[in-house]
Design a protein around this ligand. Structure first.
Ligand code: MIC
Ligand code: SF4
Length: 644
């Protein structure tokens, strides 16, 4: 029987288990990436593992998220990260060099390799025919220490892209269509593998837009074959040497096959407040727009930005529009500048931001209250822009450019212009002088720890009886942005006691105080939630901070992959309702008790939850592999590691 791309790469990296969908497997990791917002915790955890140098082929530490630097905190983090990279043999991409996923795609990703990154959009590099997976910082630290990465062996869904895109329709519209089909929930444990004759006309950066936003579906990753398009891209990056062909066998088997006719697609938008709330741009009926943000790791390649520059050339942003531009990398910016497009964009009124995450994570450029903001980024969760009552729509660069001109939602076809053709330059400017490679001749490198760098908190072993309260009850699709907000709060990433004050800030601002009071009384906090709990980012702070507040279990209808792994890594028990009506019967504040937890976990049995307030009991599931059981019982991964 033939093999698909995923099976081929996994088989070449398998170190534990069998490739049977649903079973736990361990794979060797060739490359890792971290960014500054998740990186400090990852390297603090790595330091606690007492390993002298990273054991991967390549590990890169990027500074791209917290670059606003109001106060000393982020600068302290950056300094720590630079020194720790030197000490442990990690390549360091300085602030100003660009967003981790864009830079990794350009400079480091390799077909056929495995990559994990402490950022949920790590699958971006799947565009190069590699397996690239987002994970919590602890899992990345373990991979840097040479441990396998464990995951549920995925089932593979084939998405055939057939035909060709029509003018004005682009890669963003393709992934928005995929989100319409698959939604943001129910895809845990699957991978999207793209194929079909249409992919021959889709460049690597466009493929990257598609693999990047697969993260919003909750799939483990997305991958394209490595073909001639990949070879050309690597050649343009002066690293054709990294090219190998990676393709599925003709008789490869998939769990499901979905066909998308590219020629039938039109411009789409993800409406507030979820990336799967899709409608056509036509159906937006000229809604007035206040802000347009171009950039993020989804849509800030040379082609994306040149397309917009050509559409806007000689025009000025509509007076009602604040037009924000954040190029994805310094390479993109260098080439835009050399080719004159940067001048065109600035002349059209673009407000040029740093080559960093910026607006996407809400740490700058929050729109006005009640604003309509069109963004080429990947998430429009409530409040993520920094303005609670803003309506954020996710769109293609073409749709964004049309709104810059008209001040309204406009199908770019209605601009009645010729669709710009973007020839790739003969030669790209490639300059790695913002990348610092480890210098192995240096000894006794001192690690800089400013006052913002704390110790990673460690949990205690799981007690046999969890006794406490349903301190909060929330609904479906609670994202990690709901659990622990990013934006202006991001600067506390390395200071867990402080950051923990903001857990569920935008859902129930008194949660942290209530939880701390219960913890101080020697009791446990339990989070009760609906479907798809923990969507979105890889931020392990959505587990660490609740852990710090004394959360010992989450009781949910279903959990997303990265968050589930993070909960286990920090000793929080992930429990699932076996009967959904038991969720309905719990009220926030109910006294809950789970007795005999350790024994039930060891024996792989369901646990019983006693609702002491209601006088009822109900069973809950806890599906853990034997490796995960060991971690949960020990109170987290660091506790296991320190005993091995
Ligand atoms: C995001 O897009 O939400 C982030 C910020 O990049 C996160 C990482 C983080 O919270 O540091 C992600 O996607 O994992
Ligand atoms: Fe940065 Fe936004 Fe991409 Fe996250 S999604 S890595 S915040 S640009």
């Amino acid at each position: 029987m033939g093999k698909n791309i995923i099976e081929k790469i996994l088989a070449g990296h398998l170190v534990f288990g069998n490739l049977a969908p649903g079973a736990e497997i361990g794979i060797r990791i060739d490359q890792t990436l971290t960014q500054d917002a998740t990186g400090t915790m990852a390297y603090l955890q790595f330091e606690a593992m007492n390993v002298p140098k990273v054991k991967t082929e390549l590990s890169v530490s990027y500074i791209d998220h917290n670059t606003i630097q109001i106060g000393f905190e982020n600068a302290d983090d950056h300094r720590y990260l630079q020194s720790v990279a030197q000490k442990f043999g990690v390549v360091f991409s300085r602030a100003g060099n660009g967003i981790c996923h864009q830079v990794h795609l350009e400079r480091f990703g390799k077909p056929g390799k495995t990559l994990i990154g402490s950022d949920s959009h790590t699958p971006t590099c799947g565009a190069l025919g590699m397996i690239a997976i987002g994970a919590g910082g602890m899992d990345v630290a373990l991979a840097m220490a040479g441990e396998p990465f464990y995951l549920t062996c995925p089932s593979v869904i084939k998405i055939n892209l057939n035909g060709n895109l029509k003018p004005w329709v682009s890669a963003k519209d393709v992934i928005l269509k995929v989100l319409e089909i698959f939604t943001t929930k129910g895809n845990v444990g699957t991978i999207f593998e793209y194929g079909g004759e249409g992919i021959a006309s889709i460049s690597v950066p466009e493929r990257a837009t598609i693999t990047n936003m697969g993260a919003e579906c909750g799939v483990t990753t997305s991958v394209f074959p490595s073909d001639n398009v990949t070879r050309l891209f690597l050649r343009s990056q002066q690293r054709e040497i990294d090219f190998i062909e990676v393709k599925a066998d003709d008789d490869a088997v998939y769990s499901k096959i979905v066909n998308i006719d590219l020629s039938q697609l039109e411009s789409l938008a993800a409406k507030p407040h979820s990336p799967d709330n899709i409608g056509t741009v036509r159906s937006m009926k000229s809604i007035p727009v206040n802000q347009v943000c171009l950039g993020s790791c989804t849509n800030s390649s040379y082609k994306d930005l040149v397309t917009v520059a050509k559409i806007l050339k000689g025009k000025v942003a509509h007076p009602d529009i604040s037009f924000i531009l954040a190029p994805g990398s310094r390479q993109v910016l260098d080439n835009l500048a050399r080719d004159g497009y940067l001048a065109d964009l600035i002349a059209s009124g673009a407000r040029l931001m740093e080559n960093a995450c910026g607006f996407c994570i809400g740490n700058s450029q929050s729109p006005k209250s009640g604003a309509v903001s069109l963004r080429t980024s990947n998430r429009n969760f409530p409040g993520r822009s920094g303005t609670m009552d803003a309506d954020v729509y996710l769109v293609s660069p073409e749709t964004a450019a049309a709104a810059v001109i008209t001040g309204r939602f406009t199908d770019p076809r209605d601009l009645k212009m010729e669709y710009p053709q973007i020839p790739m330059p003969q030669k790209l400017i490639i300059d790695d002088n913002m990348i610092i490679r480890p210098d192995y001749t240096q000894r006794n490198i001192e690690i800089h720890r400013g006052p913002n760098i704390g110790a990673p908190p460690v949990n205690v072993a799981l007690p046999d009886t969890i006794s406490g309260q349903a301190t909060i009850k929330v609904g479906d699709k609670i994202t990690t942005d709901h659990i622990i907000p990013a934006g202006a709060r991001m600067k506390y990433r390395s200071n867990i006691p402080k950051y923990s004050e903001f857990v569920f800030e935008n859902v129930d601002a008194s949660f942290a105080r209530r939880a701390m009071t219960l913890k101080d009384a020697g009791r446990h906090n339990i989070i009760v939630a609906g479907l798809s709990y923990g969507q979105g980012s890889s931020r392990e702070h959505a587990a660490i901070c609740p852990m710090y507040l004394g959360v010992r279990a989450v009781l949910v209808k279903s959990l997303e992959r990265i968050h589930a792994a993070n909960l286990i890594n920090f000793g929080i028990l992930p429990l699932t309702f076996l009967n959904e009506h038991d969720y309905d019967a719990i009220d926030q504040g109910d006294d809950l008790e789970i007795a005999g937890a350790r024994t039930a976990i060891l024996e792989g049995k369901n646990l019983m939850v006693k609702n002491k307030t209601k006088g009822t009991s109900f069973p809950v599931g806890c599906a853990l592999s034997s490796r995960q059981k060991q971690i949960i019982l020990a109170g987290g991964a660091l506790n296991v590691r320190s005993h091995t």
